[in-house]
Design a protein around this ligand. Structure first.
Ligand code: OFO
Length: 171
């Protein structure tokens, strides 16, 4: 298949997604650091891994843009939220953030199809699948937290389990 060069519109939209993935990495890094300081070491490990994966998502985009004749731009980042009310608040934010990312990915797919940029559309399928997994994982964690409620023993076990829970990329 002949690869068409990126249109300026698609290049700029993909660079916005670079920024979103970089911001995701920062969000989860801030959550990980907070969880570690609060003594939730398992949750912290899980979130550190998640942060690393978001950076990989960003890199994949940068490389794709560059390979298609564009320029992947490293964005400036704002400081994310660094303090949280509790563990529930952390994972509620993870879930709503992932929903937002999924929406953006879907918009990108729409744009690629409208421009008949099938190479970009194919490339984005990896992100579509990834977002399904990430949403599923965040939902699963929130369900568990609902079951645990105020039970401190339950939270202790949850923290221990998250140390080894696969993040979406590792399924
Ligand atoms: Fe990049 O997968 Fe979440 O946001």
């Amino acid at each position: 298949m002949l690869l068409k060069e990126l249109s300026p519109k698609i290049e700029s939209a993909l660079n916005n997604q670079v920024e979103m993935e970089a911001a995701s990495s920062q969000y989860y890094l801030a959550m990980a650091s907070w969880a570690e300081v609060e003594g939730y070491n398992g949750i912290a490990q899980f979130l550190y891994r998640h942060s690393d994966e978001e950076r990989v998502h960003m890199l994949k985009l940068i490389k794709f843009i560059n390979e298609r004749g564009g320029h992947g731009l490293v964005p400036a980042l704002k400081q994310p939220t660094v303090k949280f009310k509790n563990i529930n608040a952390v994972f509620e934010q993870v879930f709503s953030h992932e929903l937002l990312v999924s929406k953006e990915i879907n918009n990108l797919v729409d744009m690629a199809l409208a421009e008949k940029d099938y190479a970009t559309q194919t490339f984005l399928q990896w992100y579509v699948t990834e977002q399904i997994e990430e949403e599923r994982m965040a939902r699963h964690i929130l369900d568990k937290l609902k079951l645990i409620g105020e039970d401190k023993g339950g939270l202790y076990i949850f923290d221990r389990d998250l140390a080894t829970l696969n993040t979406a990329d590792q399924h």
